[in-house]
Design a protein around this ligand. Structure first.
Ligand code: TYD
Length: 237
């Protein structure tokens, strides 16, 4: 049954050779620790692409569809934490399946650009590297949840965990909100996630670009735009 489902997903995505024809859009994901500035950079890149005439869909994980947003509430509220990291990984994957099926894949088929705040690499960094969930199991969940709908480009916004934490604390103090289930975790865990992201980038340099997120917002945006130009639009600045 799982095999049949995977085969169906591959057909959806165009199968061998047809991928670029059917997935006419471009899929970009933003990854990194807490306080790295992903959402700001997504807003800036979306504005720039729209200015160039592209149709852009911005989204986030966990979330992006009503069902996935409902799962998000369970996960970030900490209600799944007692079930353990494996169960949390299953929930992230369930949310992702709906997100890919109902939002990402149709938008790409339509020729749109999709910018997602987090995607599969988050599961590998959080539930894998710091949750102890087996990498092979996570790879199997990726095949099930996303099939061939893989990002064309992934930005890893890299900064020391302590600096990310200080940014999150300042944001929370401004809004009076409490930290969520993952924000509340310790700096050492966040540093291990940072290392996990850098390892992913090292393994997949054709997909991933590491950006120094300690820089000023405008400089980060400049690095992001130059990478989009050279890697996806085949132009120089
Ligand atoms: P969010 O408020 O979107 O945080 P951020 O601004 O840091 O992106 O919360 C998403 C949280 O969920 C974040 O702490 C990372 C975590 N997460 C996982 O643990 N695994 C995953 O697969 C995903 C997508 C997110």
């Amino acid at each position: 049954m799982v095999v049949a489902r995977l085969a169906a997903r591959d057909r959806h995505a165009g199968g061998d050779g047809a991928l670029s024809g059917i997935m006419a859009g471009r899929f970009i994901t933003f990854e990194g620790g807490e306080g790295a500035g992903k959402s700001t950079q997504i807003r800036r890149l979306a504005a720039r692409l729209r200015h160039e005439g592209h149709v852009v869909v911005t989204t986030r994980e966990p979330g992006g569809t009503p069902a996935a947003e409902a799962i998000r509430e369970i996960l970030l509220g900490g209600r799944a934490k007692p079930l353990g990291a494996e169960a949390e990984a299953l929930l992230f994957a369930a949310a992702r399946t709906d997100h890919v099926d109902r939002l990402i894949r149709p938008a790409l088929a339509n020729g749109d650009w999709v910018l997602s705040d987090r995607f599969t690499d988050s599961t590998h960094a959080y539930q894998g590297a710091t949750g102890g969930v087996d990498e092979e199991l996570l790879d199997a969940l990726d095949r099930l949840a996303v099939g061939r709908t893989r990002p064309n480009l992934t930005f890893i916004l890299d900064l020391p965990a302590a600096i990310g934490r200080a940014r999150v604390d300042a944001r929370l103090a401004g809004t009076g909100q409490a930290p969520d289930r993952f924000e509340a975790e310790d700096i050492a865990l966040h540093e291990r996630r940072r290392a996990a992201y850098l390892a992913i980038a090292g393994r997949e340099p054709e997909r991933c670009v590491v950006i120094d997120a300690e820089q000023a917002e405008g400089d980060v945006a400049g690095d992001v735009w130059r990478a989009v130009l050279s890697r996806l639009l085949h132009r120089t600045a």
